[in-house]
Write a protein that binds this ligand. Sequence first.
Ligand code: NDP
Length: 343
Amino acid sequence: TTVFVSGATGFIALHVVDDLLKAGYKVIGSGRSKEKNDGLLKKFNNNPNLSMEVVEDIAAPNAFDEAFQKRGKDIKVVLHIASPVQFNTTDFENDLLIPAVNGTESILEAIKKYAADTVEKVVITSSVAALAAPTDMSNNGFVVNEESWNKDTWESCQADAITAYCGSKKFAERAAWDFVKENQSAIKFTISTINPGFVFGPQLFTNSLKNGINSSSAIIAKLVRSKASGKFYNFSGPFIDVRDVSKAHLAAFENPKCAGRRLFLCEDLFCSQDVVDVLNEEFPQLKGKIATGEPGSGPGYLAKNCCKCDNSETKRLLGFKFHSFKNCIVDTASQLLEVQNEA
Ligand code: NDP
């Protein structure tokens, strides 16, 4: 079975590619340039079951046509993971909303045009951001579950970069469900979505950390490098380990019960204070050198400032245990420290 993975060079996607190869699948990945693609192939020791196609910009019209025209007949499963994850912009439409929505539409259109007979399953990497708007995420009376939808409109989500990113995930996911509804007779695939909370955990390849860091891992990196007297922004929300996110991408197409479902991946709620507490408790070399905030105040903060999450349906469908918060943070920080010590 051949699986197409868009945005294969990203933090989450690299784990997915690795799990797919280990499970015996053939993988066709997409990356933004020949250089990035060659770098990825090399990291996987030129595994003969892995090949790459260039899709330079998912915002461009018909971005996936060439790749699917060429390879579509071999592809049975599509995992659409590429989407902009960046908060350093004020051009919300061009940097976040349009690429997210166009990318989703153009990959589905490309399947319809060139691989309608072969593709059976599509998994869209959405987010908890599609389930709840930031104002709901910080409301302790709000319960998020697999049925929830971010209430922001195209206009209201353009308040700031975080709200716009959340909107981009909502409108991209909506576009996918709408596409399936409107094209029932022209396609045979079913879709599932993966809706993770904040994703932490180790990079698949330690040395990727030398070329920058993805946005969610940067939250942990900043705390590992914080100053003893330093203040930090108390991020809060659901979290999940990247290794579980990857596993769920495979389950989403392997388990027939996941067809047509949204999988809300959350192990627990967390806030930055909880991260700092684990770092101070578990790493003697950091204790006293990094921020401490108010140790032990995390649960109280969350009770006041964070929504509740109910993903019992997802847990029932997936049936595997997620990595614990402590395990996830320890593994993330150990890798960051390893790279820091080498530098
Ligand atoms: P990364 O930034 O590591 O991965 C994003 C991938 O998308 C990269 O390969 C990136 O390529 C590619 N991409 C972004 N914009 C474009 C574009 N315009 N054209 C082509 N490719 C593009 O982040 P993650 O691995 O964390 O994110 C993967 C997915 O998971 C995203 O859909 C994200 O929304 C979702 N997600 C992530 C969460 C998290 O906490 N990390 C939480 C919930 C959902 P390049 O690097 O070359 O620009």
